[in-house]
Ligand binder design. Structure first.
Ligand SMILES: C[S@@+](CC[C@H](N)C(=O)[O-])C[C@H]1O[C@@H](n2cnc3c(N)ncnc32)[C@H](O)[C@@H]1O
Length: 282
């Protein structure tokens, strides 16, 4: 049996020579990257090529857009619940425009992840879809009844999601009828102030009563997420939800500091009261 050779003491390695700085046009030195499960190199992002998109059609485009959009929204909720807890902004969650319970489930999940044991969740919707639009929009499918999810189906999704379903309340009705002064007073008397609100109701005429209703329910630090600032109205600030928000800002005592962008369509703002203080743009 051959004797195992005694391991030799490793000869001291000379320190590796520093790679010479690359001159333009010369190939870059090869980098050792840890395995990341994807290719690394030009063009530095994964771009599907012609072969990958050979059968790409409308359905794939819709799935692609939805995945990207909901991912951006989920990131917004993650960041904002972190902002709220870190800044000790306590209060409830309001959503005006709830449809498929996508963003509502994001709120429930983030509340659970942040162990918010007292937050309540209010879902304001007709649960019959959009009202008959009275202003023009550039989205032809926004007609009466579009985007309908029934109250029953909405609550089914909430229950199946499995977080805090017992703290979810639906307020059914079209806003011009449901958001009454009496309901607002009830919120003032019996509920917490709002910590986060999602205004996601697409139309100018829907957003106007929402801002009016919300006004006394907010507090310093409330985050207001306006989903359709640049959607449905060719991006014009003279139309749609953007117009309603600009008009509302003229009437309210609240001021709004711009916070996060949500995709190309939405933005969030932090609510504060104007006091004399430093000037500048944030
Ligand atoms: C774009 S969807 C909301 C999407 C939802 N946030 C989600 O993530 O699934 C718009 C919703 O606003 C509601 N809506 C719009 N205008 C309304 C109004 N004037 N009164 C009540 N609900 C309204 C519609 O019923 C619809 O459910």
């Amino acid at each position: 049996m051959a004797k195992t050779a005694k391991p030799k003491t490793a000869a001291k390695k000379a320190p590796a020579a520093k790679p010479a700085p690359a001159k333009s046009g010369e190939p870059q030195p090869k980098l050792q990257m840890p395995a990341m499960g994807r290719k690394i190199g030009e063009p530095w992002v994964d771009l599907p090529d012609g072969k990958a998109l050979a059968n790409w059609g409308r359905d794939e485009e819709i799935a692609y857009n939805q995945t990207n959009r909901q991912t951006e929204k989920a990131l917004f909720y993650r960041r904002t619940f972190d902002f709220l807890t870190d800044n000790r902004v306590a209060g409830d969650y309001h959503e005006y425009g709830c449809h498929r319970c996508r963003t509502f489930r994001m709120a429930l999940t983030e509340a659970r992840l942040h162990n918010l044991q007292t937050m309540k969740f209010f879902a304001f919707d007709s649960f019959e879809g959009l009202p008959e639009p009275t202003s023009t929009t550039s989205v032809e499918i926004w007609k009466r009844g579009a985007l309908t999810t029934t109250e029953g189906n909405f609550m089914k999704m909430v229950r199946e999601h499995g977080h805090y379903a017992d703290r979810v309340t639906t307020i059914k009705g079209f806003y011009d009828e449901s958001l009454t002064p009496a309901l607002r007073q009830k919120f003032l008397d019996t509920e917490n102030k709002v910590a986060l609100v999602n205004v996601d109701c697409d139309l100018y005429e829907s957003a106007v009563p929402v801002f009016k209703f919300l006004d006394p329910l907010m507090q310093e630090g409330t985050v207001i997420y306006i989903d359709d600032l640049f959607a449905g109205h060719t991006g014009s600030p003279n139309k749609g939800v953007a117009r309603a928000f600009l008009e509302y800002q003229k009437k309210t005592r609240w001021r709004f500091v711009r916070h996060l962008d949500i995709g190309w369509w939405g933005r969030s703002y932090i609510v504060y009261l104007e006091k004399s203080g430093p000037d500048g743009v944030l």
